[in-house]
Each structure stands twice: as C-alpha cells, then as structure tokens.
Design a protein around this ligand. Structure first.
Ligand code: ADE
Length: 423
C-alpha cells in the first residue's frame, strides 16, 4: 500500500529513495541543457512566486525537470500522467527530498484522478501537462481554480489536438503553450525518442529477434516514423498502415510497404499503434492475426487496441513475462498483448532516453518561464513556443555536444532576401 504523509506525497515506498536518487543522478549527467538552465536560473529565480501543478510521467528525466523548476524558485505538486509509467524509486526520491508528489506504478483509474485532484488542491498558478488530463480536470470539476491559473503547457500531440479544439470552441480558460510543437521537441523526442524507447519496451517485454519479422506500424506521423526507422535498422520488414495519403506516400518513398490494416493483420508478427486514434486494432484483426502475433501501443491513450473486444474473444489469459500477457483465443491461437495496451515505451521500458528529454524539458522549462514573464498578457488560446526558444535550445544542445556550426556572412544574409537577383 502506498505510504502517505499529511498528503504532501503519496508514493509506493519511500525506502526506494536511494535507488531513485542514483537514477536521477544518471539522468542529470545526460541532460546538459537542462542543467545549464538550472545553473543559470537558480541565481535569478524567475519562477519565484509560481505554483506549478504537473501531470507528466514520473521518470528520472522528469525528476531533473522538477528539480530545475524548484531551483528556479517554483513550488511544485506533481502526479503521473499514466497509471503504468511511474518509476516508483524516482517518485520515492522526489518525495524524500520534500517534493509534493502523488504517483505510484500500477494505480487504477480512480487513484489516477485522486492524485490529479491532490495537485489541484495545492492551488496552482500554472499547469504542466502531458495528455491534458490535468487541464481537463480543472476545466470540468475545478472551475474556480481555473480563474487563478495564469497558463499551462502541453507536452504531447494528442493533448495539443484536444486543447486546440477546446480553444476553437472558446472553452479554454487560460493560455496554453504547445511544447509538443517546438521543433526541438517534436522533431527529436517524437521521432528518435519514441523510436528507440518503443523498441526498447518491445524487447524488454519479449526479447524476440527483430530481424526478418514483419513489423507493422500503424500511423506514420513523427512517432510512427521513429518506430519504423528503428525496426528497419534491426532488420525487420516494416509495413506501414495510414489514413493520411501524404503520410502514406512518405512511408512508401522511404521504402516501406504500405497497406490497410485488414491486409497487414494476417501477415504481421509484431504490431505497434502510434496513431492517437481509437480502434486501430479491432476484433476482425485479432481474428485474422497469426499464431504468436505480438501487439502493443505507443500512443498516449490506451484506446488504439480494442482490449474489450480482445477480452471477449479470449478463452484464457496469463502473464507470460512482465508486461506481456498471453491471450489464448477461441480455436487455440495465442496473441501477446504488451503493457496492457498502454504506452509500451514507458510501461515496459523507461521512456525516451535522457539525451532527448533534455531538449523536450528545456522547452517545458522555458515555456513555464515565458508564462510567468507574460502573466496577464496572453489570450486564452494555444500558443506555439517561439523560434528564438528553439534556436536557443538547439544552440545549447550543440555546444554541449562539442559541435560548432557555420554562420552566415552579412553578404549571405542580404542575398537571402534580395529579390532583385536571380539566375
Ligand atoms: N515521455 C516519453 N519519455 C519520457 C521520459 N523519459 N520522461 C518523461 N516523459 C516521457
């Protein structure tokens, strides 16, 4: 049972704190941009007076972000944004150093919202989301709290889509920055982060050989592209399914086979959904899959694989390895569902590597600072982080990697906008 202390935290077991501290130390050694920001802003404390409620996967990388926000003067209260993604040792380390945190691995949906509610009780002036559950909860059940919130940020594609829909309907009560849409987030985290960590999750849960497998990627957005790229690199035969003709064309020209899921279902060995859409794998697909097919999801919500239909088709199931359930279907065929259809990269592995979260969370940090600096100056809509922020983060990241790039000369800058010169 999670241990609880005066509702300042609720985590699985505080005795895991030392293990968590070591994990966070390791992440800090791989996140130089965020550490540079910590160093810079721990002196000036631009977040003093802010109260940030966060709802984002409790990982070693998130702990580095939390410590950086605190160093810059913020007060924090945090919950996880997925019932299976919390790293209990990290949550214990954060609680042990006095952070208000409500998160443990394997919680149920009721506990999940209970934890979010505790971070709202804290009375935030800013919110930091991954999947928008915190913002939605505030808008649905804590309208009075929304009036005191200056702004929020959103980490993921699915959350940003929904928040834009809310803003279009005039239903958003405070400004939100779409951290996801920053180039130094989306072009790196979504592609290389999701690609590596999803394959990592599949391998930890199965330990199968990737070479020569038919690896079906549903959705060829940034996340699907990363999965396809990395599976190809391990020798799998990648098949892509799509609903968007442009994305399908990109996958085709990248050398992947493109077909419908109805065609892919009977030939796939491993399936991963990365669409942000519900019901991507449904009854008729489970019925036509091969014996031994492995299925998983790397999209934010667990609705991409219709598990209810899978449950209805099964005659029995057992956990064959951790994060790997064997479903025996009518007729005896076995299908393996990883991480209960939740984010396989966070539930069965550790999420994206620290090096890539370094840029994502530098964006989160600077977005929080921007909201604090621009309190009462923004409209209730979804903003994209500025080009300057992207340039600053990319420049810092390159310099921490010891890379130097060319600079345009004055003459070249002039040439770029000189409409009098042609062939
Ligand atoms: N989302 C994907 N990977 C993550 C990580 N390592 N930490 C926090 N959020 C994540």
């Amino acid at each position: 049972m999670p241990s609880e202390t005066a509702l300042k935290h609720k985590v699985f077991d505080l005795a895991l704190a030392e293990e968590g501290r070591r994990k966070i130390d390791w992440a800090e050694s791989r996140m130089p941009v965020l550490m540079e920001l910590r160093d810079r802003y721990s002196k000036t404390k631009p977040l003093a007076g802010t109260r940030i409620a966060g709802c984002l996967h409790v990982t070693k990388e998130t702990a580095v972000l939390i410590r950086t926000l605190i160093a810059a003067g913020a007060e924090i209260s945090w919950s996880g944004c997925n019932p299976l993604s919390t790293q209990d040792s990290v949550a214990a380390a954060l609680a042990d150093e006095g952070t208000s945190i409500f998160a443990w691995h394997g919680m149920n949906v009721e506990d999940f919202y209970w934890c979010i509610d505790r971070t709202i009780d804290f009375g935030p002036t800013m919110t930091l989301d991954d999947g928008a559950d915190l913002i939605f909860t505030i808008h649905k059940r804590f309208k009075d709290i929304a009036a005191n919130v200056w702004g929020g940020t959103e980490e993921t594609t699915t959350g940003v889509h929904r928040l834009r829909a809310m803003a279009d309907d005039g239903a958003l009560s405070y400004p939100v920055i779409a951290v996801n849409d920053a180039e130094t987030k989306w072009d790196f985290d979504n592609v290389y982060g999701t690609g590596q960590s999803s394959l990592d999750g599949i391998l930890r849960a199965t330990s199968v050989l990737m070479a020569a497998k038919n690896f079906v990627v549903a959705g060829y957005g940034h996340c699907g592209r990363g999965c396809a790229m990395r599976a190809k690199g391990m020798g799998a035969n990648v098949i892509v399914t799509e609903v968007n003709p442009v994305a399908a064309l990109k996958a085709t020209l990248e050398g992947f086979r493109v077909m419908t899921m109805d065609e892919a279902a009977p030939i796939g060995d491993i399936f991963i959904t990365a669409t942000g859409m519900k019901d991507v794998l449904v009854e008729r697909h489970f019925e036509s899959m091969r014996e031994g097919a492995i299925i998983c999801n790397t999209g934010h919500y667990d609705c991409e694989i219709n598990i209810e239909q899978m449950e209805a088709l099964k005659v029995s199931k057992r956990e064959i390895r951790s994060d790997n359930e064997e479903y025996t279907m009518k007729g005896g065929k076995r299908i393996y569902l990883l991480a209960q259809g939740r984010l396989v990269n966070l539930a069965a592995a550790e999420g994206h590597p620290s090096e890539v979260m370094d840029m994502s969370f530098a964006n989160q940090f600077l977005a929080m600072k921007f909201l604090a600096d621009n309190k009462d100056k923004l409209e209730n809509k979804v903003y994209t982080a500025s080009k300057e922020q992207d340039q600053e983060i990319a420049t810092l990241k390159l310099s921490t990697m010891g890379l130097v790039i060319d600079e345009l000369t004055e003459d070249q800058i002039k040439y770029a906008t000189d409409y009098s010169s042609g062939t």
